[in-house]
Design a protein around this ligand. Structure first.
Ligand SMILES: [Zn+2]
Ligand SMILES: [Zn+2]
Length: 361
């Protein structure tokens, strides 16, 4: 495993292309042109498929199948070259699962709300791995939580609670940009026993962070502006890649809601907090306000861990021994337990009353 990781880092160093990402330190520094480019993602072409359903044939459906294959909704064994423009049962099944994961009405059709969700910028990690997803298992199993893990539930081993991270030197990142990652790591450190420190040694670091464009050696090429924004590996591989073709905002302030729908600039800290969740062992969640929700709108900022994120990460590592206890799983599960029991008692009373009513009348 260690040798493979070393090999990966060396190959990244050899093929890394000069970064083209632009970093904006505040909203007023974003040029007006960026606002006009808000809909330049290749996925926008899916919008012309609106209303399509089983039995239809249309240009672009094969590309949509590739999209669903990429995020795990169509089995990876399916050959990309063999995808046709037929809206078949395989596609309908993929859309059904996708709609369930994103809390949309399950129609199996390409309705407006489904297409709006599909075209949003998102994390490059799949929602389903090997056809399996716990992303929205909460509804199915009547659980409140929706967080998920990678298959096999990998996590950093117990003896490694102090993790280091390093940046690919060729990116020449400024201290402002590096500081964004420090803030993102600290959000996870606050609720776990984990500590994160920056290292100058790329080969000795547990986590390696780099901005790349297009194909960059791991078989997961980036796709230019918007589309996929970043991806990260499960523990203990420690690979964190961001799309160098994005325009990144490094400011701590929230972008005005007024300009939010028309900007193509992505909040770096929001994406960093999400990808660090993967690096620590979390998969995607269907809770929209959770950090581990896979999509984010251009210009949006979401950096606070939600209850779902905290409960997920504490399943893997436990709480922060120096924390104030407000975010520990134990403290929350006690309250949840009382609520669950209260619900059960109320439901039983209600069923009992219904039976009495039916017997008597
Ligand atoms: Zn993700
Ligand atoms: Zn990559």
């Amino acid at each position: 495993m260690r040798f493979l990781r070393l090999l990966t880092i060396l190959s990244l160093l050899l093929i890394v292309k000069p970064i083209s990402a632009k970093f904006y330190t505040n909203i007023s520094s974003i040029p007006p042109l960026q606002f006009l480019n808000a809909t330049r993602s290749a996925w926008e072409t899916f919008e012309k498929l609106a209303g399509c359903h089983v039995g239809d044939k249309a240009d672009g459906i094969s590309k949509l199948k590739q999209y669903f294959r990429r995020f795990g909704y169509i089995a990876s064994a399916a050959a990309v070259d063999n995808f046709t423009d037929d809206f078949d049962d395989v596609l309908r099944s993929a859309i059904n699962t996708y709609q369930k994961n994103f809390n949309l009405k399950v129609t199996g059709k390409l309705d407006a709300s489904t297409l709006r969700q599909i075209t949003k910028p998102r994390c490059g990690n799949p929602d389903l791995i090997d056809g399996f997803s716990e992303m929205n298992a909460g509804k199915k199993f009547r659980r409140t939580e929706r967080y998920s893990f990678f298959p096999g539930k990998p996590r950093w081993p117990k003896q490694r609670r102090d993790l280091s991270y390093a940046f690919v030197p060729a990116n020449n990142l400024t201290d402002d940009v590096k500081q964004v990652f420090a803030r993102a790591f600290s959000r996870w450190a606050d609720v776990t026993p984990l500590n994160f420190t920056r290292s100058e040694s790329l080969l000795g670091a547990d986590i390696v962070i780099g901005f790349f464009v297009g194909e960059h050696g791991d078989g997961e090429p980036f796709d230019g502006a918007m589309g996929t924004l970043a991806h990260a590996s499960s523990p203990p591989t420690g690979m964190f890649h961001l799309d160098g073709d994005e325009d990144w905002l490094v400011s701590e302030t929230e972008i005005s809601r007024r300009i939010l729908p028309v900007t193509s600039v992505v909040d770096l800290e929001s994406v960093a907090v999400h990808e660090i969740g993967h690096l620590l062992g979390l998969g995607h969640s269907s809770v929209e306000n959770a950090i581990m929700y896979p999509a984010i709108s251009g210009g949006d900022r979401k950096v606070e861990l939600a209850k779902d994120d905290i409960e997920g990460i504490q399943q893997l590592y436990g709480g922060n021994p120096n924390g104030d206890g407000k975010t520990s799983v134990g403290a929350k599960s006690g309250v949840d337990c009382i609520r669950r029991w209260r619900g059960l008692v109320l439901n039983s009373l209600s069923s009992f009353a219904t039976c009495i009513f039916l017997i008597c009348f």
